[in-house]
Each structure stands twice: as structure tokens, then as C-alpha cells.
Write a protein that binds this ligand. Structure first.
Ligand code: R5P
Length: 291
């Protein structure tokens, strides 16, 4: 018979057995509901505390982005290597098999396209997110954009209210539009605003001084990859972000526009979950690509 002390120590039952008083494996999440924690645990591996999210939501603003013309051909083969899939509801319903069995980070906002500037968005109905069994709802914030800032912050606030009601975590995305020349002061401000308004996860960009962005944000941060880089450079970006405190990546173009996307996502995963250096991960990329 196990008594409470055994459970606390986890001793008789081996390493990795959950103990009664263990705190949750993600920063700032201890006070969330059981349902929220369960959904977050599907996305962020409890053993490493990290996640490789595969982002292919670009089309809802940009149309058929290069590498995303055919979800069935370009993205489906990558799904098994991702911890989580991030996409719009239209792509989820039409192109992601329902037996893929991966947690979904659902793009939960909608609005304008790249043709008319940043997305002046509205959030989708939370019931739709529930029907689609979303593990996370993602909402973009246009911090610093005088026309859209207030609207998008309010969108996040409403999404966080709905998420809290039904136990679905919300990701705040700090949009930069076409102006990528943002620094750590901007990303610190934008990330903190996301968290203060109820985001349970923040997606932002890597920058010099990224450790300060992480330190001043009370919830986990994942990084977007941004424009396509050489494979080694993209792996270095992942490595630096993880080293500086990121809880994972939510990466798109640097995976699906790679010369070998299947090799690339495995190399990214090795950096994120196994702590491989960029050089080691690039060697892994080349080895897999040769097969
Ligand atoms: C941006 O808002 C989109 O949500 C993308 O998911 C995000 O930028 C990640 O994709 P990428 O790594 O291509 O930047």
C-alpha cells in the first residue's frame, strides 16, 4: 500500500510518476483549471516542458503561401513529428484528418487579408473551438498600431474569458506586420500585455536581449520562425531561443519551405526537446535528408 510519503517521494514507483504535490511543468500555470492544464500538457511535453508547434495558418491572411499550396502533400507528412498543429478552422476541417490525433492550436481570429494590411480581427465563437476540440485558441494582437491595438487587445480579453469558461488556453500572438525591426523593449511590452490580458501562452519573435523578454513575461513564450533562413541559421535561431528561456517554437516557413521539411522538423525537435546544438541538429538534418 502506498502512503502519502511514498506518493510525495515517488520513490517506490520510479522516476516520472506524478506526485501528489508536484507543481505544474509550465511557468505561471499552477493556478489554472484541470482542463486547462490537461490541454496544455498535450501541447507542451511534460517531460521536457517544451513544444514544437507546426504553424501552417499563414493562408488565412496570405492565401496559398509558398510551401502551403497543398496541405495534403506539403504538410500532412510533417504532422507526426510535431507536438501540436496550428491552423485555421477551414484548413483543419478540410485538410487535417480527424484521426491525426495531435493537439490543435486553432487560429481563433478572422478578418482582413495581407492585401489591406494588418488583421483588424474578430474572434470566432468559442463553441466552434469546442466542436473542433481545440487545445489552444490563438489570437493576434497589433501592439503599437494606433488603429487596431485596442480592438485586438479586447479580442484577446474576450477570448481569454471564453477560454477560462471552458478550460481552453489562449495564445496571444504579437504581430509585427511588415515591420520586423522590433527590439526586446517592444517584444517585452507586447508579450507582457498579452499575459496581463489573459494569454496563457505568448508567441513572439526572437531578438537580441530575448532573455529579458522571457524574464518579464509571467507565462511561457514560444517563438515564430519568421522568413525562411538557411537551415543551419534557422536551427541556430531555435537553439538561442530555447537557451534564452523559450518554451518552444511555433514554426512555419523555416520548416515547410525547407529543402527537406521532414528532416528539418526532426532537427528542430532535436534542438527543442533534446538540447542538440545547431551543428549536431544540422548533421541530423543532413543525415535524414540523405535517406
Ligand atoms: C503569424 O501570425 C502566423 O501565425 C504564423 O503562424 C507565424 O508567423 C509562424 O510562422 P513562421 O514561422 O512562418 O513565421
Amino acid at each position: 500500500m502506498a502512503d502519502l510519503d511514498d506518493l510525495r517521494e515517488g520513490s517506490r514507483f520510479g522516476v516520472g510518476v506524478p506526485v501528489a504535490n508536484q507543481s505544474f511543468h509550465m511557468k505561471g500555470c499552477d493556478n489554472l483549471s484541470w482542463g486547462m492544464k490537461d490541454r496544455l500538457s498535450r501541447v507542451f511535453n511534460p517531460k521536457t516542458g517544451k513544444s514544437v508547434m507546426l504553424a501552417f495558418d499563414h493562408g488565412f491572411i496570405m492565401g496559398p503561401t509558398s510551401g502551403l499550396e497543398r496541405i495534403d502533400l506539403n504538410i500532412a507528412p510533417l504532422m507526426e513529428y510535431a507536438d501540436c498543429l496550428m491552423c485555421s478552422r477551414g484548413i483543419l476541417q478540410s485538410s487535417v484528418p480527424a484521426n491525426t490525433n495531435k493537439p490543435i492550436c486553432l487560429r481563433a481570429d478572422a478578418g482582413t487579408t495581407i492585401l489591406t494590411g494588418l488583421n483588424d480581427n474578430v474572434i470566432i465563437d468559442v463553441e466552434d473551438a469546442i466542436r473542433l476540440n481545440a487545445s489552444v485558441m490563438a489570437v493576434m494582437l497589433a501592439i503599437g498600431d494606433s488603429a487596431m491595438e485596442a480592438k485586438t487587445v479586447a479580442n484577446l480579453y474576450r477570448a481569454a474569458d471564453a477560454g477560462a469558461k471552458y478550460g481552453i488556453p489562449v495564445m496571444g500572438i504579437t504581430a509585427v506586420g511588415t515591420d520586423m525591426a522590433r527590439d526586446s523593449r517592444y517584444f517585452s511590452l507586447a508579450s507582457r500585455v498579452c499575459a496581463e490580458n489573459g494569454a496563457n501562452i505568448v508567441k513572439t519573435y526572437y531578438c537580441d536581449g530575448f532573455e529579458n523578454v522571457v524574464a518579464s513575461c509571467p507565462v511561457p513564450i514560444v517563438i515564430a520562425g519568421g522568413k525562411k533562413l538557411e537551415e543551419l541559421d534557422a536551427l541556430e535561431l531555435c537553439y538561442k531561443a530555447i537557451n534564452d528561456g523559450a518554451s518552444g517554437v511555433d514554426m512555419g516557413r523555416n520548416v515547410f519551405q525547407s529543402e527537406n521539411p521532414i528532416a528539418m522538423i526532426q532537427a528542430v525537435s532535436a534542438v527543442v526537446h533534446e538540447g542538440m546544438t545547431p551543428k549536431q541538429a544540422f548533421e541530423l538534418y543532413e543525415t535524414i535528408a540523405k535517406k
